[in-house]
Design a protein around this ligand. Structure first.
Ligand SMILES: [Zn+2]
Length: 211
């Protein structure tokens, strides 16, 4: 374990710099992982521009940003499975915002992994994709590794987070499910897209990519 941590914390980061990637922090008041799996498994690397977008968005919104899968430290084109597109340091998954059982904003999230707890159990797009045979579309429901059912989706907080991401010129696109785009009244934002049925559901997290 000790050797692994030396590798993780001391050896890999400078090599990753040569590949144009920086590690996102393990702890920080602005940007932090959902859990330690992400940095421990080297899934927390991002282009410095993406890192800057995250920190600036946290500042603009006043929210703590929770990241899930980002990218591996090396080699463009080497995907972070199962996310085929997370292969160039310019993509990352982020958690939505939630309220606790007293209706107060919290940094806690309903899924231990960060994936698989959907805002609505059923949605038209997931039904369409599953009906078309894209069986993987809601597979993330098996990957929560435990849930906290006391939390409620925070519409305002999540909208603030997405708007702060959209306020950065480097933001190229954000994927969320179409019904959430409507619910959050973001439907005029041209950079918000539907990702198609070959991906997985995006009503449990935000996918952000920069230019
Ligand atoms: Zn993603």
């Amino acid at each position: 374990m000790c050797l692994y941590l030396i590798f993780n914390l001391i050896i890999v980061p400078p090599i990753a710099k040569g590949f144009g990637r920086e590690a996102l922090p393990w702890f920080s008041a602005e940007v932090a992982p959902r859990n330690w799996f992400y940095p421990l498994a080297f899934r927390n690397y991002a282009d410095p521009e993406l890192k800057a977008v995250l920190f600036e968005s946290a500042k603009t919104s006043g929210l703590k940003i929770t990241y899930l899968d980002a990218n591996f430290p090396f080699f463009n084109g080497f995907p972070l499975l199962p996310h085929l597109s997370h292969n160039d340091g310019r993509k990352i998954d982020l958690s939505f915002m939630y309220l606790d059982n007293k209706g107060q904003a919290t940094t806690d999230k309903p899924s231990r992994s960060g994936y698989g707890v959907y805002v609505q159990k059923r949605s038209q797009s997931s039904k369409n994709c599953l009906d078309q045979g894209f069986w993987q579309y809601d597979f993330t429901k098996y990957l929560t590794f435990g849930t906290n059912d006391d939390l409620e989706f925070d519409k305002n907080g999540t909208r603030d987070l997405i708007q702060s991401l959209l306020s950065k010129s480097q933001t190229q696109s954000i994927f969320i499910e179409p019904y959430l785009e409507q619910q959050l009244q973001l439907n005029k934002a041209y950079r918000i897209r539907f990702h198609g049925c070959r991906a997985v559901r995006h009503d449990d997290h935000i996918h952000l990519q920069i230019k």
